[in-house]
Design a protein around this ligand. Structure first.
Ligand code: PMP
Length: 521
């Protein structure tokens, strides 16, 4: 097998070294449909079923012929790829098409304004920026409110109003100036605190400076904690924790109220300061091990966001674009997000495009001036995205139905394996073409060889290598759920492909059950 690609000198030296030492570093030379191809030592082309599938970008497969033809035609037509500051761009058409689909699925007439970037993480960063702009606006509104009340209180005091017992306690006596100084001090103190984000444990939202702080895995997040706003993580199974966390981080400022009376009484009240910027979730958690959120959690998240006044942001970068059988995976649990983030498959597997769609009731147009990127709305990527949306919507949504049908067939195959090997397969999760096949933790295996390898954390690597070398099936485990193999192939997954996966997984289970690890290739 032509798997040795040497040690690169200037990039990926460690990464390739590690993959190579495990015999899974490959120089693929061709990619088509559900397959990647390499040339072996005898010069023969070998097909590998791609279960990694660009971690979700290849909804329509590698080099989908319709998308490739469209890409060629865009370039042949000499479409303007970069025409910044011209006003019109193809990105406007992408926003229009996205609105048609999203408004249909969310059953709303509300508009969703689009802000474009290049990648998933970049779109997440744009969402954070927009949400922070929103929070700062809420802070400004609160300050304006309090400032107006302070002026009213001053006027009332000049007219003979007295401070209530509570207000006098804050001021240390009947002193309106000391009271207003304390109001100002508490407000400045609240404003100086960095904002906080909310997200779910095991979530993944990218690896850029801010987005990585929403990504749960501390390996990615912790070294860069000092650079950006911090996140409070909520366990998926305990939505009641949201209220507790919010209470722990609650910051109150002081406001003044003049109550009616002959001369008036100036009272002091607490008001919640906007501490939180946004609540970011994946309706189907991808890197965390393919966990679809329940409708109940979806409702709890919506209620919590309404109570705190923060936007609910659905990161559909991996789960959206039809992969789960509906354009937005959250639609299946009735999720009503304020922002929706899309990327990956939006670029048809050949272009890079990310977008945040923001409900008109929460939208700040200022971001159109405050945020930009050279390639953020380029004509080529936008043209590809339009084609992808057209393909998804064609034949009354045949692609969504295909994703759902392929998913049902694949899940049935996986569940049958689980029924035959309950000691090896823990759970099958997901919807449509976003699936997780979770092996049982083998550290308690009756076989000492299997148990030892599991305890050392290398068994999964043996499994992945075996699937690749023996079965020509390429998979990766999820970063935060080490026993889960993620399966996110193209919706054009064939019955033959499903049969190949069946044979491959059964073989692994057979080895695990037999305890004969020497059978791993
Ligand atoms: N959010 C989710 C849910 C993702 O799955 C990913 C990528 N795995 C990202 C954000 C980041 O996207 P990108 O790799 O394009 O930056």
């Amino acid at each position: 097998m032509n798997s040795t690609i040497g040690t690169p000198e200037f990039a990926d030296t460690l990464m390739v070294g590690r993959l190579d030492s495990f015999g899974v570093a490959v120089r693929y030379t061709r990619a088509e449909g559900t397959k990647l191809y390499y040339v072996d030592d005898d010069g023969a082309e070998v097909a590998v079923l791609d279960g990694v599938s660009g971690f979700g970008s290849l909804m329509f497969g590698h080099n989908n012929p319709e998308i490739v033809e469209h890409a060629k035609s865009l370039l042949d037509q000499r479409i303007p790829v970069h025409a910044q500051m011209a006003g019109y761009s193809l990105a406007l058409n992408v926003a229009t098409e996205l609105n048609k689909i999203i408004r249909r699925e969310l059953e709303t007439e509300d508009k969703f304004f689009a802000l474009f970037g290049n990648t998933g993480a970049e779109a997440v960063e744009i969402a954070i920026k927009h949400a922070e702009f929103d929070r700062v606006s809420r802070v400004a509104a609160l300050k304006a409110d309090v400032a107006a009340h302070v002026e009213q209180a001053r006027a009332a005091a000049a007219g003979g109003a007295v401070l209530s017992a509570a207000a006098a306690a804050v001021a240390g006596g009947q002193d309106i100036e000391r009271l207003t100084a304390e109001v100002a001090r508490r407000s400045a103190e609240a404003e100086s605190r960095p904002p906080l984000l909310l997200a779910l444990e095991s979530g993944f939202h990218g690896k850029l400076v801010s987005s990585v702080q929403l990504t749960y895995n501390p390996m990615f997040r912790a070294p860069f904690a000092a650079l950006a706003a911090q996140t409070r993580f909520i366990p998926r199974e305990q939505p009641e924790m949201i209220a507790k966390v919010v209470e722990q981080d609650r910051v109150a400022v002081l406001d003044l109220v003049v109550t009616a009376g002959p001369a008036g009484v100036i009272d002091v009240v607490e008001r919640d300061f906007p501490v939180f910027t946004a609540f970011m979730i994946e309706p189907i958690m991808g890197e965390g091990g393919i966990h679809p959120l329940s409708a109940e959690l979806g409702r709890a998240l919506r209620e919590a966001c309404d109570a705190i006044g923060v936007p609910l942001v659905a990161d559909e970068i991996q789960s959206g674009m039809g992969r789960a059988g509906t354009f937005l995976s959250g639609t299946q649990i009735g999720l009503r997000p304020d922002y929706i983030i899309l990327a990956k498959a939006l670029g048809g597997g050949i272009a890079k495009l990310g977008v945040v769609l923001i409900n008109e009731h929460r939208y700040h147009g200022d971001l159109e001036f405050l945020h930009s990127s050279t390639f953020g709305k380029d004509g080529f990527s936008s043209g590809i995205a339009l084609k992808v949306l057209e393909m998804l919507e064609a034949d009354d949504g045949a692609a969504y139905r295909q994703a759902a049908e392929r998913g049902e067939k694949t899940i049935a195959m996986m569940e049958a394996i689980r029924a035959d090997y309950p000691d090896c397969v823990k759970e099958v999760r997901g919807k449509g073409m976003i699936l997780g096949f979770e092996f049982e933790d083998q550290s308690g295996s009756a076989s000492p060889a299997v148990a030892e390898s599991a305890k050392q954390g290398v068994l999964q690597l043996h499994i992945i290598r075996h699937l690749f070398r023996k079965h020509r099936f390429r998979v990766a485990r999820t970063a935060s759920s080490p026993w889960t193999v993620r399966f996110e192939p193209s919706i054009h997954l064939s019955d033959e492909d499903i049969a190949q996966v069946d044979v491959a997984f059964r073989d692994v289970c057979d080895i695990l059950r037999s305890g004969d690890t020497s059978r791993f290739e």
